[in-house]
Design a binder for this molecule. Structure first.
Ligand SMILES: *[C@@H]1O[C@H](CO)[C@@H](O)[C@H](O)[C@H]1NC(C)=O
Ligand SMILES: *[C@@H]1O[C@H](CO)[C@@H](O)[C@H](O)[C@H]1NC(C)=O
Ligand SMILES: *[C@@H]1O[C@H](CO)[C@@H](O)[C@H](O)[C@H]1NC(C)=O
Ligand SMILES: *[C@@H]1O[C@H](CO)[C@@H](O)[C@H](O)[C@H]1NC(C)=O
Length: 131
């Protein structure tokens, strides 16, 4: 199966459409058809997996469609010419969860393999991690 999710993510992020979406077709129906050809429940689920994973780890699908999506877990992320690294909020590097009542608690949400399983369209390498 060939994916085009970087293009989808870029289009979604920029609020633009690849082509004109008919007003009587939902966004999900339209992009599932446009990118995965057949519009059914499996492909709609796959589309959302690709969209979420691309937002998190950046463009990763093949073939590459020439649209770069940095991803929020990119340690070298840039915003307005300023380096932004959000990874410590997700890997336990900061006491940034609110599970400790009056104190933040550090928690590693990337303990199920991090980006590697996402690149295989899996949520984690195991069933028991925080990830
Ligand atoms: C949307 O509208 C077009 C033109 O009116 C029509 O041909 C098409 O069947 C409609 N699609 C759906 C999903 O209702
Ligand atoms: C949806 O279509 C894909 C092929 O594009 C197929 O592999 C999958 O089994 C279909 N799923 C359902 C629920 O029909
Ligand atoms: C993401 O897209 C950019 C621009 O096309 C490309 O240079 C880069 O190799 C892609 N990254 C991955 C991991 O596919
Ligand atoms: C980008 O940085 C410039 C210079 O610091 C600032 O004036 C501007 O408001 C910033 N723009 C955004 C969208 O943060």
């Amino acid at each position: 199966m060939r994916f085009n999710s970087a293009l989808l993510a870029a289009a979604a992020a920029a609020g633009t459409a690849l082509a004109q979406r008919p007003t009587n077709t939902s966004i999900c129906d339209y992009y599932t058809m446009a990118l995965l050809k057949e519009n059914n429940a499996t492909n709609q689920y796959t589309l959302l997996t690709l969209l979420v994973n691309t937002a998190i780890i950046g463009n990763y699908t093949q073939p590459n469609v020439g649209v770069s999506v940095p991803g929020i877990l990119n340690p070298n992320g840039m915003y307005n010419n300023t380096k932004v690294n959000l990874v410590p909020y997700f890997d336990g590097g900061l006491a940034s969860t609110n599970e400790g009542g009056s104190m933040g608690v550090a928690k590693n949400f990337l303990d199920g393999g991090g980006a590697a399983p996402l690149m295989k369209n899996m949520p984690a390498d195991d069933m028991t991690s925080n990830q």
